[in-house]
Design a protein around this ligand. Structure first.
Ligand code: PUT
Length: 331
């Protein structure tokens, strides 16, 4: 029974957007990369595909260590544990060049929260400086940031922030990520094989299926514990949830690109579902997004029982970013 072992739930998250130098993108598609090539790519990361669902806009993979989403011009890879995500970036650039018709990187986002046990990571993930070294070797005009407190809870980001003439993603785009820790142990037990025999049972008993009613769900319950799900919505929108339930390293991440003018009700739903002791939220929104006002709205955000410990608002060339940390008020 490994239920008491340590697991690093903290994910590394890569999102890349591609474009074409001649402007004609009709025949370009990242989904043209063959499955076998994606499988080889994931070997470099030390994870594999365990489930797959698709709709017209997105190919969504549940991985042995988190998730991958591939759509026409965007590639998202999220991996936890001691995976080596950044070893896949250069090979991915070759695959995009070879199979997809795209020949330019439009934007890149690499982010993660501080690891619980950084000493267990493999190169280049042993420090953010080393991760930045890999990315700087591949991209011009990359910019590295740390939000939050460098000696406590913090969140690292690498993105393109060139001085001028930056086009970036013009279509409306937004991403909410909520990273929860110190979770309610009663709720976490749902995500063990002792309590639920199937992923569907865990999805239903926890109330995850009520967060976005009607969503198409691909869920997986690990043995002896741990849970992952991808959810597909119409219009090219996804949600993904990953759960490490072990009491001393409990961790839940939630991510979606679903557009909402305000994410307050959704975050309240997450608090009700998981009851974390603390959580960080990040919202990226570009100019065309309906979530563009989320930063100012967040200054008014109130979550019952939680105190806002940090709030940082950033303006990048093409996106506004909000970072906030909330922790339960002492009772
Ligand atoms: N995880 C980065 C999200 C960027 C905006 N889609």
């Amino acid at each position: 029974d490994n239920y008491c072992g340590f697991f690093e739930g903290t994910e590394k998250l890569l999102e890349m957007w591609f474009s074409c130098s001649d402007g004609d993108m009709e025949d370009c598609d990242v989904r043209k990369i063959p499955r076998a090539a994606l499988e080889s790519l994931l070997k470099l990361v030390k994870c594999e595909i365990i489930s797959f669902k698709k709709n017209e806009q997105i190919d969504a993979y549940v991985l042995s260590e988190s998730s991958m989403f591939v759509s026409k011009s965007r590639f998202i890879l999220k991996t936890c544990g001691s995976t080596t995500l950044l070893r896949a970036v250069q090979p991915l650039l070759y695959l995009v060049q070879e199979y997809t018709g795209f020949d330019e990187v439009l934007d890149i986002f690499y982010s993660r929260k501080n690891f619980i046990r950084p000493e267990l990571q493999l190169q280049p993930h042993t420090s953010f400086e080393d991760e930045v070294g890999v990315l700087d070797g591949l991209f011009e005009d990359g910019a590295a940031y740390c939000l939050g407190r460098v000696n406590q809870d913090c969140w690292y980001l690498y993105t393109l922030n060139p001085p001028d003439n930056f086009v970036g993603v013009q279509a409306p785009d937004q991403t909410l990520e909520v990273i929860m820790q110190q979770l309610d142990s009663k709720i976490m037990r749902i995500f063990t094989k002792k309590v639920c025999s199937t992923a569907q049972e865990a999805t239903h008993r926890s109330g995850i299926d009520m967060l976005f009613p009607g969503i198409v769900i691909d869920d997986f319950l690990f043995d002896p514990c741990g849970y992952s799900m991808n959810g597909l919505l119409k219009g090219g929108y996804y949600i993904t949830i990953h759960i490490t339930p072990e009491p001393h390293c409990s961790y839940v991440s939630f991510e979606t690109n679903a557009p909402q003018e305000s994410y307050q009700d959704l975050i309240l739903g997450l608090m009700k579902t998981f009851n974390p002791g603390k959580f960080t939220m990040t919202v990226f929104a570009n100019k065309a997004s309906v979530a563009a006002n989320a930063p100012s709205e967040c200054q008014e955000c109130h979550f019952k029982n939680y105190q806002r410990k940090e709030l940082q608002l950033c303006e990048f060339k093409n996106y506004n970013l909000t970072y906030a940390l909330f922790a339960k008020a002492p009772s």
